[in-house]
Each structure stands twice: as structure tokens, then as C-alpha cells.
Design a binder for this molecule. Sequence first.
Ligand code: NDP
Length: 402
Amino acid sequence: MDNVLIIGAGAAGSVVAKKCAKNRDVFKKIHLASRRLEKCQQVAAACAGEVGVSQVDADDVAQVVALIDRVKPDLVINMALPYQDLPIMDACLQTQTHYMDTANYEPKDEAKFSYSWQWPYDPKFSAIHKLAVLGCGFDPGVTNIFCAYAQEELFDEISTIDIIDCNDGSHGKSFATNFNPEINIREVTQRGKYWREGQWIEIDPLSISAMIDFPEVGPRKAYLIYHEEEESLVKNIRGLKQIRFWMTFSDNYIKHLDVLQSVGLTRIDPVMYNGVEIIPLQFLKALLPDPSSLATNYTGKTSIGCVFQGMKNGKPKRAIIYNVCDHAVCNAEVQAQAVSYTTGVPAVTGAIMLFKGLWGGAGVKNVEQLPPKPFLDELARQGLPWHVRELAAGEQKELLAA
Ligand code: NDP
């Protein structure tokens, strides 16, 4: 295996292309395709060595099949949007090609992201002896693999997981989202939920918060939201009693979101304007800064990890595994901000696992179902070092009491 096709030349996709091009010993052939050819050409020009480019509408299975037939990749990395997951998976099935993505499928007309559409592809990928790796970004992605590692190496039983995500960076814009605005706003404005003792507990959006002590950042207010990795982790972590996901949002972000929501600009149903049907959220996306444009002058760090409680050798144990990533360092390396970098680098690391045969098998798999140790070793080599330590008494008190 040496030939990779990346679909999606946006903020995170451009990191994947540039990082693959830095690993020519693994990726001998690289091809980048996206809705706009000029985006692919810009990214390819910034990559080391030759990167092929194509225009593709990945909503159209026939176009993706024709592209795969022409490029003949061993793996397709889907860095387009969640809407394209199913057509690209269908094209991989038809062409017998491995598949990987970083976000689960979501229909365009309903803000409901779930694995329920992709998991049923498992027997189909098994039948063609190919792997479809779901959610290989940071969260989902690395956070799931931190959980798999904790289960394998640190605990006999994990009882609670709190995934904690802080972007403490500053991009200097009055309002912007760090990844695709449409997907980000759909995620944040839906009702929150968490899982306890086998039940999903729903809450109003951003109605529960706690002060969390983020490594290398310090105490920040974070909100309990629903995040997609929880859906697979409740199945794949044995004996789990509770899982929650916490994310920081600045007061400024929440203020803007409140106003945009209250005036209807986050709506995803069609509205007639001057005789033309528009989706307000898509119009809003066109007005907001492109996430890839935020990288220049972005300062500060992201700090993302998992806090675990459980048992080891008959004794209670608490531990944290995390990564801290600096926006300016990412920009200096690949002209990207840390949110794009922490999404793209794990996808490339997952692809290296497949190409080197360190991840194998067939069917549809969430990343925590694949060996965590070789992935985490390679992740650190690729630019995302991670740290693990036991929590001292009293650490993360407010989070664990929440
Ligand atoms: P961007 O909007 O910057 O990039 C998306 C790219 O996909 C654009 O280049 C766009 O093309 C292309 N695209 C959209 N529709 C199509 C289509 N029909 N056919 C071909 N190409 C298409 O988003 P991001 O890079 O920020 O996010 C990319 C993905 O990463 C998303 O799915 C997002 O949810 C996921 N993500 C995952 C994270 C994780 O940690 N797991 C974190 C952050 C993001 P064009 O430019 O022409 O519109």
C-alpha cells in the first residue's frame, strides 16, 4: 500500500495533504480532490513533492467511483463534510477501497449526527475484506484512542470518562468557528446529553457548566455538550458507568451564537428570499471567516484530553491523558491553526497505521477498536505528543463533583 486519495481541500484536509507529503516513505502517491479545483491546486503547490489534483462532487457516488477508478488509491481519507460520508463509503464499496473519516454522517436536512447510518455498512466492508475507519480526527479520534489505551494499559475497569476540550486560542475575529461553520453551529445549538448507567440524559443546550483545570492552560469554564465519540465509547469501554463531554466557549462566542439563533440565522430549513430558496445557516457560513483563514496570527493553545476514574489492582484510580497544541507552532509548520492540525494529523497517523499493517482487519470500526499503542507512538512522532498521569487528591474537584 502506498497510494492515498484525500477528498476535501479545506482547513483540515489541507493539513492531511501536507502531512502525507512529509511522509513520502509511506505515501508514495498522493491525490487531493475537492469541490473546487483551485483549492486543491493551492494546497498541492504548498506540499513537498508531487500531489495530483481533481475536481469532484462527493455527493455524487458515480463521480467518486470514476475518481477512484482513475487514481486507484489504497485508501480514501474523507476530509469533506459529514454529508459526504455515505456517498464516499458507497464509492469505496463499489471499488473495493479502504475508507477513513473524521466525523460521522449527518443528513443535510436534520441536525442529527449519529453512527446509525454508517455502522450498518459493517457486513458490506467485511465482505470485500476492506476496512472503514470512522472518526479518526482528534475528538472523535485521539480521545477514543486515549480511552482504548486507558482500558488496555491503565485500568482494570473504567467507571467514568470526562472528555475535556479547550481551545484557549485567540484569532482576533469578532466571531468565527474553528472548523466548518455549518457543522460547528449545528453541533453546538442542538440539545446536550450525556450517558449514565445505560441511559442518555438530555439537557437544554449549554445548561450545565463546570470550571475545569485544563493542562497547560488553567481553569476555564466548560459546557456539557453531546459529542459523537460518546455513542461508540459506551459500546466499546467495558463496565463504563458514565461518559460526558465538556467544551469551552468564550462569553463572546455564546453572545454571538445567541443573537444569530434568536434572529433565525442558524435555521437549516429553506426560507424564500427574493424568489430564491436559501438555507439561513448556509448563508451565514458564506459570511463567516473560512476556518483555514484563521491560522495567521492565531495565538494560544488547545488542550484536549480524557479524565478517567476506575479501579486498578483493587484500588480506586484517577488519571488524565491529554495533548496540548500551540496554534502558532502549527501555523509555522503547515500554515494551519491547531484545530485543523489536531484533526488532520490523527487522520494521517491512522493512514500510516493501515499502510504499515499496524491496523488491519475488515469491516466498519471506530478507532478505539483498533490497537491504540502503535497509533499513539506514531501520533507523537507526527507532531502531537501526549501525556498521561495520575490525578493528585483534589485535582479536577469541580469537574468530578459536577
Ligand atoms: P472546511 O469547510 O474547511 O473543509 C471542507 C472541505 O470539503 C472544503 O474544501 C469543501 O470544498 C469540501 N467539500 C464540501 N462538500 C463537498 C463535496 N460535495 N464534494 C467535494 N468536496 C466537498 O471544513 P474543515 O476542514 O474544518 O472540516 C472538515 C471535516 O473535519 C468536517 O467533516 C468536520 O466535521 C471534521 N472535523 C473533525 C474534527 C475531529 O476532531 N474529529 C474536528 C474538526 C473538524 P469547498 O472549499 O469547495 O467548499
